[in-house]
Ligand binder design. Structure first.
Ligand code: ZN
Length: 675
């Protein structure tokens, strides 16, 4: 299932979600000199200099849309997880509700393609009958609710999380949802013409298959028109970065009055939700359109739409012909991936998505490296100290704002490795009935857990990422940085490598996450996670001038063909990359205690720090995936995550003797120094 959009944009270090591993090939410097193309001057193209040989020798595999450090680690690590799930799956007598039973049964059924083919579309037959029985808007809304509980998107989405203005309490959000192209602009902009045409033919193909196998298909053109109408007043990816415009609290009564065609009482009673009196509508114009569509559109149109949503959102867990058709559009057309991954990998990813915590627990028991956690904890201390010293020295910021920034920095919570407290999954039903049913059961289980939060205080111990994940995030509402066990691995962290590589790897990522607390979005939240303005107006203006330089710099970069990077969409991540690398540099310098850095492999420590950052972002990508990411991914393409921050750093110019003759050179007056 895809995750629904949320207003609290949890800031990841990377949009790749993958798993971890141990890199046996690490050299003592932590830098892979064999990847480098030293015929390129580091000041002309640092990506080619650091990764040129690797880039030439590592094309994107057919089963991937891009290939880089995150994928390499994930790939190797999946072998480790495979032994865990296989062992659990072979135990047919595991006690019901235990992690072993849940993970083992889920994986066993997911892996069984013969069973999936034999089941065909039976797992969704009952829901198709429910759709057929819809008689009017009230039945429709009830079906929306039933679908939402199962993680099937329809019309809009509802979720519960901390209140942006009262971070201790949970509150209710309603968000735009229910259209399937990557961004609303795909329905309207000429540059997406060819994707749109292929999408409509995908709808037609899926409808034929559904009709052939169940007797009930859907009208592809009607479905497309419903999605397009939903998308029209929705916000695009850039507009969704404006948090204030999406914080529209209203009472439950006024929700009912304003969007009166939707029977909200019925919707929430079908969900089994406790009552509440406040809701935050993220996109008011979108919801107004949906409200109108509920009665303006014929009920038959909605039935077509729901049949499509049903098969689309469950496709991967159905027979291989359905899953294959889904893959052809969403992976091949949109991302350029030519071949499906082997079944064990897709089954393992689905297990992680549905049962992240039980799988994480088994993973930690077998593989957690307590030594790595201790060392990463120390690095977080050093990065935080470097940050505090940098803030104190900033020439552009007033003492009043500095004081507030320091206060916020001192309150940042860290979560390292895995949760202190695991959620109880013992009541979750995972059986041998069907792959599809198991996924839906996981979704219902999580939805119910979410409903239980209504009216309660926020549980600040919760994790938003599974333990084996190779990634990290900052969450502004809790003012926390989170590093799962998965990222505490080479090439990002290696206990045996020289410090410079670790500062340029995990150190810069820690700095990146800390900086999210002070990027264009994070800076709108205080140390307690509340959306509060703590800036003086003058400092706020100066901050915008400095971030404006970054918008200009990145917008000039070309992503692919003639398509530029969107400097507004990627601003938060670009601020975080610049802040993270800067902080890593100063934390490393401080660790040297005034001594010159050791030279290893003919490289100074300062040079190795920049190389380590660059080698973490080595990456090849399919053109289709590049295009989609340029339109929707808040992270800049990896190449510019290397070139962008370095071009602003005098420290980089000095480390490699970069002058105005080099291509990466930016005149001092145009460089952005923020944190
Ligand atoms: Zn980030």
């Amino acid at each position: 299932m895809k995750t629904h959009y949320k207003i609290v944009l949890i800031s990841l270090v990377s949009a790749v979600l993958s798993q971890c591993s141990q890199d046996k090939g690490s050299v003592i410097s932590g830098i892979q000199t064999s990847y480098m193309d030293t015929s390129v001057h580091p000041g002309d193209d640092f990506n080619e200099y650091a990764n040129g040989v690797w880039l030439k020798n590592n094309p994107v595999p057919e089963t991937e849309s891009r290939w880089g450090s995150f994928n390499e680690i994930s790939d190797r690590n999946m072998e480790r997880l495979k032994s865990i799930v296989n062992e659990a799956a072979s135990d047919l007598n595991a006690e019901k509700g235990t992690d072993r039973q849940l993970v083992g049964t889920f994986y066993r059924v997911a892996f069984d393609s013969a069973k999936a083919n034999k089941d065909g579309l039976t797992p969704i037959k009952g829901y198709q009958e429910r759709i057929a029985g819809i008689k009017g808007p009230d039945d429709l809304i009830k079906t929306f609710a039933a679908f939402h509980k199962m993680g099937i998107s329809a019309g809009f989405s509802f979720y519960v999380t901390s209140d942006l203005k009262n971070s201790k309490m949970n509150t209710q959000y309603i968000s735009q949802d229910g259209f399937n192209l990557p961004d609303k602009e795909y329905y309207f902009q000429p540059k997406h013409d060819s994707v749109r045409i292929k999408y409509v033919s995908h709808l037609k193909n899926m409808s034929s298959l559904l009709e052939q196998r169940t007797g009930t298909g859907f009208d592809a053109m009607v479905v497309y028109q419903v999605e397009k109408e939903l998308a029209e007043k929705a916000m695009n990816s850039v507009e969704r970065r404006d948090i204030y415009s999406q914080y529209n609290p209203m009472s439950f009564d006024s929700l009912k009055k304003t969007y009166s065609n939707i029977n909200w009482d019925l919707y929430f009673s079908e969900l089994g939700s406790p009552s509440f009196d406040k809701v935050i509508v993220e996109q008011t114009a979108f919801l107004a359109v949906l409200n109108k569509m509920i009665t303006d559109r014929k009920i038959e149109d909605w039935k077509h739409y729901l049949n499509w949503q049903l098969v689309n959102e469950t496709a991967n867990s159905l027979s291989e012909d359905v899953a294959g058709l889904h893959f052809d559009f969403f992976s091949t057309v949109l991302r350029g991936t030519k071949k499906m991954k082997p079944r064990w990998k897709t089954a393992l990813s689905a297990t992680d998505a549905g049962l992240g915590e039980p799988l994480g627990k088994l993973f930690v028991e077998k593989y957690f490296n307590a030594e790595a956690k201790k060392k990463v904890n120390l690095l977080v201390d050093n990065l935080t100290t470097a940050y505090s010293e940098r803030i104190e020295k900033l020439s552009w910021m007033s003492d009043a704002t500095k004081k507030e920034a320091q206060k916020k920095l001192s309150k940042i919570i860290r979560k390292l490795g895995y949760p202190d407290k695991w959620n109880d999954h013992s009541k979750l039903e995972i059986t041998d009935e069907s792959y599809c049913k198991n996924i839906l059961n996981c979704n219902v289980f999580e939805f119910n857990r979410m409903l239980e939060k209504i009216g309660k205080e926020v549980d600040r111990t919760e994790w938003g990422m599974s333990t084996p994940t190779v990634n990290a995030y900052y969450n502004p509402s809790i003012n926390e940085i989170v590093f799962p066990a998965g990222i505490m691995q080479p090439p990002f962290f290696d206990a045996n490598a020289d410090d410079a590589a670790n500062y340029g790897g995990i150190g810069a990522i820690i700095g990146h996450e800390l900086t999210h607390g002070f990027d264009d979005q994070g800076s709108q939240f205080d140390g307690d996670g509340n959306m509060v303005n703590w800036w003086t107006p003058e400092d706020s203006t100066k901050f915008k001038q400095r971030t404006g330089l970054l918008v200009k710099q990145y917008s000039a970069y070309i992503g692919i063909d003639t398509i530029h990077v969107n400097g507004n969409l990627t601003l938060g991540e670009n601020i975080a990359d610049l802040g993270g690398l800067t902080m890593a540099y100063y934390a490393y310098k401080k660790s040297l205690n005034g001594k010159p850095s050791p030279v290893i492999d003919g490289l100074t420590g300062e040079q190795r720090l920049f190389l380590s950052w660059a080698q973490g972002w080595k990456n090849n990508i399919k053109p289709e995936a590049a295009q989609q990411r340029l339109a929707t991914d808040p992270h800049s393409p990896p190449k510019y995550r290397i070139l962008g921050p370095m071009s602003n750093m005098q420290e980089f110019y000095e480390a490699f003797g970069v002058t105005e003759k080099n291509k990466m050179y930016i005149p001092l007056s145009e460089r952005s120094v923020i944190w």
